[in-house]
Design a protein around this ligand. Structure first.
Ligand code: DGY
Length: 319
């Protein structure tokens, strides 16, 4: 029997590509550019499976044009907001994602952003790097202490729980809001809040770790930033659409928020140029899961899903 053909639009890890080539006919986009709507549609007539990233958009208009040859979209991401899931399901196309395996790497980046935002990492780095560090005083670059502070987490999925585990190492008091309250063995003493109205006022640090859905789009508004304590810090390693960026800018410029650490933006790639004027905003270019170990794990999980599908089994991460 002919081997299934798989389209890989972005450069996945070498180990992932080697395994994919061992088991499938692989068409790799060597240019590593985001797959456009037309490319996705064109490739759907040539392949049985795709392993896209969050950079390939399967919106309703694209899905309507897909060729019936395409049977599975095995995402190399935990987030699936780039996919119109009901539309794909209606077309009978299986969709999977890669939960769990990127939780630690993404939580590490959230910790990095939290610490960097709390301790003026951008300013400090710039001063030393540019040779402009010509002054020291006990009043110089005084930051906010992370140890013992209250960390409020919105979304206690894999990343939120991994972040809570790491933050406990900093003696942080963990508060959270989640669609469902966690069982005690997962809560590990974290304090559950039914609503953001009680969570935000205790958020010395607020970390967004929920998926982007119609319900969470624009979650952080001017009003919600106001509910956070003065001098608090926002961390976002989830999706840019969770935050009203104009409202965030106002909260930073007014001094109500001391700082922010962002790995996600409404406009990606690119980010928000208005943030660049503020060294209190630490920024990274959507690389939460970008470690060697995690990239391999994500690629392997996407392949596990395709393998199961072509064996006639239910893929482990079928959505
Ligand atoms: C994810 O997996 O959703 C990350 O944001 C990387 O795409």
């Amino acid at each position: 029997m002919a081997r299934p053909v798989v389209w890989i639009p972005r450069r996945l890890s070498e180990a992932t590509l080697a395994r994919a080539r061992r088991d499938y006919e692989v068409i790799l986009n060597e240019a590593d550019t985001p797959g456009t709507a037309d490319q996705i549609v064109e490739m759907s007539a040539r392949v049985d499976a795709m392993i896209p990233c969050h950079s390939e958009r399967f919106d309703a208009a694209v899905v309507a044009r897909l060729d019936p040859r395409l049977k599975i979209v095995a995402n190399h991401s935990v987030g699936t907001d780039h996919c119109d899931l009901p539309a794909l399901k209606a077309r009978g196309i299986a969709v999977t994602n890669t939960p769990g395996v990127l939780a630690d790497a993404t939580a590490e980046l959230a910790m990095m952003l939290m610490l960097g935002a709390a301790r003026h990492a951008v300013t400090g780095d710039r001063l030393v790097r540019t040779g402009r560090w010509d002054f020291w005083s006990p009043a110089f670059l005084v930051g906010k202490q992370v140890t013992g502070a209250r960390l409020a987490i919105v979304g206690m999925g894999g990343v939120g729980r991994a972040l809570a585990r790491k933050a406990r190492g900093f003696d942080m008091e963990i508060h959270y809001h989640n669609r469902r309250r966690l069982p005690p063995e997962q809560e590990q003493g974290a304090i559950h809040h039914d609503s953001l109205d009680t969570l935000l006022p205790v958020a010395d640090f607020l970390s967004l770790n929920c998926p982007a859905t119609p319900e969470t789009t624009g979650l952080m508004t001017t009003e919600r930033f106001r509910q956070m304590p003065p001098g608090s810090i926002l961390v976002n390693v989830a999706r840019g659409t969770l935050v009203d960026e104009a409202a965030l800018l106002m909260a930073i410029e007014s001094g109500h928020l001391a700082a922010a650490g962002l790995d996600c933006f409404r406009e990606e790639p690119g980010g928000n140029p208005a943030f660049a004027a503020h060294e209190s905003i630490v920024m990274m270019p959507h690389v939460g899961s970008a470690t060697v170990r995690t990239r391999d794990a994500m690629g392997f999980l996407a392949l596990d899903n395709i393998d199961a599908f072509f064996r006639g089994e239910t893929p482990p991460n079928l959505l």
